[in-house]
Design a binder for this molecule. Structure first.
Ligand SMILES: [Zn+2]
Length: 372
């Protein structure tokens, strides 16, 4: 599952981790007693900093103005790590699929960090690589805003496209993510972005928190013509769509229920296959909750519902984590292969930047890497 606890700590506790008691009842949907009650084995900790325009910044038409998004992301990473460290008997930091299996095997909750929006990269592939080194294992290509790399789908209303999907730099970003083993997350992306990324990536992908548009028609949900591209085999890309519980993505106002969430899961399973669906939830990142799925303690009820609908134990194990672990392992293998093949890091700089590469080496003209 994907949760926004670090953002809650930012908003409610001014990032003061020492004031947070996860062993007691927390104001949101997540705390240790309820995680244990919900039998949660692994969590994506979203280290999220909002889109500039929603936080009082103007990044400018070409995204060249400073917005503090990289600082705020580093703070969220700091908060997530501190919270994980504060409860060593409960949480275990995880950086690989094997780490996750080990954590679960020892009764701990595997904790993986994810950056929820490429606007948090500060237009820079170096930042991407350094986030990886800090432990981040997925980046969402866009959040509710467009960025230099990719178009967003908007939220409940469509956004006017900017690039028509991925920009050229966005294609480079996807390739670099493949090379380093950073999972490509397609939640929040425009359909064009998702289709182009699916075609371009050589590693499996995720949707960290997205539901099915055929069940409830909002931009944030994944349409069937994208789900049809997900799978194993020719013209398909392996991936896992982890269902979002936000009521506004599940059903009409006031109608979101546990059964409705199960409908989304079953629809994604019908189109992409049961091996390609997971649980995203977005707990602590969503305002309301569906009836019957009020917090992380309610997962067993969702599994009971799907069991009643005919899902086998093995299929439910896939839904609860095995599908994601397969995808993660696939991305790890691709990264290892690319690095073994000697594919070099991408040193591309956002072409609109004027602060780098402006000085000339005497007698050599402008310093381009190719001139050396
Ligand atoms: Zn989100």
């Amino acid at each position: 599952m994907d949760e926004d606890l670090p953002d809650l700590v930012r908003e409610f506790y001014r990032n003061n981790v020492s004031a947070v008691d996860l062993a007691a009842r927390m104001p949101g949907h997540v705390d240790i007693p309820r995680l244990r009650e919900g039998r949660v084995g692994g969590v994506f900790w979203s280290v999220y900093a909002g889109c500039p325009e929603h936080e009082g910044y103007d990044a400018g038409e070409e995204f060249l103005n400073g917005t503090w998004r990289v600082r705020d992301t580093l703070e969220q990473i700091d908060v997530a790590k501190a919270l994980i460290r504060q409860y060593p008997h409960t949480f275990q930091p995880a950086f690989t699929s094997q780490d996750i299996r080990k954590a679960i095997g020892s009764g701990k909750i595997a904790s993986v960090m994810g950056v929820e929006g490429a606007h948090q990269l500060g237009n820079s592939l170096s930042v991407l690589r350094q986030y990886y080194d800090l432990g981040v294992r997925y980046v969402t290509l866009a959040h509710m805003c467009h960025n230099v790399f990719a178009d967003s789908c908007g939220f409940l209303e469509w956004l006017e496209p900017l690039h028509g999907g991925l920009s050229e730099f966005g294609y480079t970003l996807v390739s670099e993510m493949n090379r380093i083993g950073m999972l490509v997350d397609l939640s929040h992306t425009a359909d064009t972005t998702a289709k182009q990324a699916l075609k371009h990536t050589v590693a499996p992908v995720i949707w960290s928190h997205s539901s099915a548009r055929a069940i409830w028609n909002v931009p944030r949900n994944v349409p069937d013509d994208v789900l049809e591209l997900v799978g194993i085999g020719q013209n398909k890309t392996d991936g896992v769509v982890m269902v979002n519980f936000a009521p506004e993505f599940v059903a009409a106002e006031g109608n979101a229920t546990l059964g409705g969430v199960a409908d989304h899961i079953e629809h994604i399973a019908k189109i992409a296959g049961k091996m390609h669906v997971g649980l995203g939830s977005d707990f602590d990142g969503i305002g309301g909750v569906p009836r019957g799925l009020e917090d992380v303690s309610k997962y067993p009820q969702l599994f009971a519902e799907l069991y009643k609908r005919g899902w086998s134990r093995q299929e439910l194990a896939g839904l609860s984590g095995e599908n994601l672990l397969r995808v993660m392992e696939g991305a790890e293998n691709v990264a290892k292969q690319l690095q073994d093949d000697g594919v070099p890091p991408a040193w591309d700089i956002y072409d609109k930047r004027t602060d780098v590469g402006q000085r000339r080496i005497p007698g050599k003209g402008r310093w381009f890497a190719g001139d050396l």
